[in-house]
Design a protein around this ligand. Structure first.
Ligand code: MAN
Length: 350
């Protein structure tokens, strides 16, 4: 493979066939984009599980939660002129947008980082309330002191937004609601305070003027965010020409905060790049990848539910090694190893 990632020979490490659907009426289509953390001497993944309801002939069935938390199935006929199928992930009907799948989050744990076992069903996290009726996705897990911050995408007819839950024991969770309103996603916290403040990366979208850029924000309490600054934009002709968004929490190196981010081009090809931010003032960009550090090259990254995608929002760092978990083709969870020094060399910092 001609990128900086050393893929595990066990890939994919989790696939839809490894999971049971959350109810008899559902089929698991994808397991992807895990948040990653260490807890009680184990490696944990908080994976996104996408499900569809059984499809009738010539119909497209869309599962959504109603206000009581039960699933409603919306059904549209394929020949209905009001139906527009955008791609395998989204449709619109009569001007309203929907997701084709509904996602929840599940915990898996491992001793060796390769073989994962599913935690008890009672610990699944499902969307709840009017801002999560289309499901919850792509959770970043950031540990600050003894608290874990779960920042994830909350999707509903009101838009795509960032919600926060916190926990110390992974059994009880405090919900903080939406911390960034629509349209926003890809939010991750720095795992230590800088000059007494919490910092986060996030990705608002401004469709008319502006675009899908990487932003930085600060907070006094980790819940209320302000001082928003745009720190990196899309670049014409490069792998991140259409959108970019943060991955997991930035990694502290002597040279700056190293962030592995995803960038997509006009063909929806998702690669990973790196950006280095100044330690005491992360709004200053020191260096940024000219070429991807990882591209969809393996078969399982090129073909699947939504092919040509490598997408990460979780890793464990051990000395120079980043043990990265990532979604491949929006269908499987995979693992790869990256060297911090090699990434810094690629950024011309070393
Ligand atoms: C968006 C999100 C991700 C997904 C990519 C690629 O960024 O929905 O969850 O992995 O698109 O489809």
């Amino acid at each position: 493979m001609r990128d900086l990632a050393i893929r595990s020979s066990y890939n994919p490490i989790l696939s839809p066939v490894d999971l049971q659907a959350s109810s008899e009426d559902f089929i698991v289509t994808s397991v992807l984009n895990p948040g990653v953390f260490s807890f009680e001497n184990k490696i944990w993944l908080l994976v996104r599980v996408c499900e569809v309801s059984a499809q009738e002939k010539d119909q497209i069935a869309i599962p959504v939660y109603n206000e009581n938390g039960a699933i409603n199935i919306l059904s549209f006929h394929h020949s209905d002129p009001k139906l527009v199928v955008n791609d395998v992930r989204t449709i619109s009907y009569d001007g309203e947008d929907y997701l084709t799948t509904i996602s929840h989050l599940r915990l898996f744990y491992s001793e060796d980082g390769i073989h994962f076992y599913e935690a008890d069903k009672s610990r699944h996290l499902f969307g709840a309330g009017k801002y999560e009726s289309f499901g919850i996705e792509d959770c970043r897990v950031s540990q600050i002191e003894d608290k874990y911050y779960l920042t994830y995408t909350a999707v509903s007819e009101n838009g795509v937004a960032v919600a926060l839950q916190t926990t110390k024991n992974w059994k009880t969770f405090t919900k903080h609601g939406l911390i960034l309103p629509p349209h926003n996603k890809d939010c991750t916290l720095f795992e230590e305070k800088i000059n007494g403040k919490f910092y986060a990366l996030h990705r608002p979208s401004s469709p008319e003027i502006g675009g899908n850029y990487l932003w930085l924000a600060t907070s006094i309490d980790g819940i209320h965010w302000g001082n928003h600054q745009c720190i990196a934009k899309t670049r014409k002709g490069k792998f991140d020409s259409s959108r970019l968004g943060a991955g997991a929490s930035p990694i502290k190196t002597p040279y700056g905060w190293l962030e592995i981010y995803h960038g997509a081009d006009e063909n929806n090809r998702y690669c990973l790049g790196a950006i280095l931010l100044e330690l005491s003032n992360p709004s200053k960009v020191i260096a940024r990848s000219q070429h991807p550090i990882m591209e969809p090259l393996a078969n399982y990254e090129r073909e699947g539910f939504f092919g040509n995608v490598v997408f990460t929002n979780g890793h464990i760092v051990k000395d120079d090694e980043i043990i990265m978990y990532y979604g491949a083709s929006d269908e499987h969870v995979c693992q790869a190893s990256l060297s911090i020094n090699r990434i810094l060399k690629h950024l011309n910092v070393l």
